[in-house]
Design a protein around this ligand. Structure first.
Ligand SMILES: Nc1ncnc2c1ncn2[C@@H]1O[C@H](COP(=O)(O)OP(=O)(O)OP(=O)(O)O)[C@@H](O)[C@H]1O
Ligand SMILES: [Mg+2]
Length: 252
């Protein structure tokens, strides 16, 4: 179980210190899926980076299974079982897909590595021996990085907008993979996402805005709230009356 206790984050901006996160109190329990959502710039990726130790918390504590990890480095946290798939994955130049997956999983069994690629909708024979370089598309790279997180039997796995740049077919595969991961390992899965199909996987939805936790709610309540907002949509109401095109636009 991972706990963030009154975590605050301030970073050096161009014009001095910027307060990014305030009083973040969150608990992520094993075998549960948490979806963190909210407006752009609200602080979702900053929460993920603070969990991973990429940004050191300025105030508060981060506790993993009772151990205070607030001052631990990224590497130490990775060893303790925390993993983070970036919103924009870095490219591991000069490494083959096979190397990256071997390193993450600790296995060089080809069947295991193929399974990992299959789980993110990639065909192993096309990718396993390929070197990771600029020739990879954004979506391919993202899926390979997600596969490398899936490879590790983690205590806490954080996926930052896994759907971004991923096609509909692979996305379907990915949602199934999250469900399987949840059933197979004792992992607390944290997914940062704006997608309703991902929100549907959530045991809990965490709404983050302006660097604060706005609400922690159940999936059912959150989806009911979205439905209410949609049915209240002014242009939909207008269009229902006049029968215009914007009706379809509201019908997201
Ligand atoms: N290293 C940094 N230095 C200064 N400001 C930063 C830094 N990292 C993030 N911020 C700012 O903190 C705020 C939160 O950013 P963050 O990336 O956490 O948002 P987000 O909720 O993930 O947004 P999105 O949905 O667009 O991915 C933004 O205003 C961003 O500009
Ligand atoms: Mg982000």
């Amino acid at each position: 179980m991972l706990e963030m206790q009154n975590v605050g984050l301030s970073l050096d901006g161009e014009n001095g210190k910027v307060q990014i996160l305030n009083d973040i109190n969150l608990t992520f329990e094993k075998n549960k899926i948490y979806v963190v959502t909210g407006p752009n710039g609200g602080g979702k990726s900053s929460i993920a980076k603070t969990i991973m130790g990429i940004y050191p918390a300025s105030t508060g504590k981060i506790i993993l299974d009772g151990e205070d990890i607030t001052n631990k480095t990224i590497t130490e946290r990775a060893r303790l079982g925390i993993g983070y798939a970036f919103q924009q994955p870095p490219r591991f130049k000069g490494m083959k897909v096979r190397d990256m997956l071997e390193l993450a999983s600790g296995s060089n069994n080809k069947a295991d590595l193929c399974d990992l690629l299959y789980d993110v909708g990639l065909c192993a024979q096309d990718y396993l021996e390929r070197e990771i370089n600029a020739s990879f598309s954004g979506g391919e790279l993202k899926r390979i990085e997600i596969a490398s997180i899936l490879a590790r039997n983690l205590k806490v796995a954080v996926f930052d907008e896994p759907e971004a740049g991923i096609d509909l077919w692979s996305f379907q595969k990915l949602t199934e993979t999250f469900i399987n991961l949840n059933q197979k390992y004792n992992t607390a899965i944290v997914i940062i996402s704006h997608q309703e199909r991902i929100l549907r996987l959530a045991d809990q939805v965490v709404l983050v805005a302006e660097g604060r936790i706005e609400e922690i709610t159940s999936r059912e309540k959150f989806l009911a709230e979205i439905e209410r907002i949609e049915s209240d949509c002014e242009c939909k109401n207008n269009c229902t009356i006049i029968g215009g095109k914007a009706d379809a636009e509201c019908d997201r």
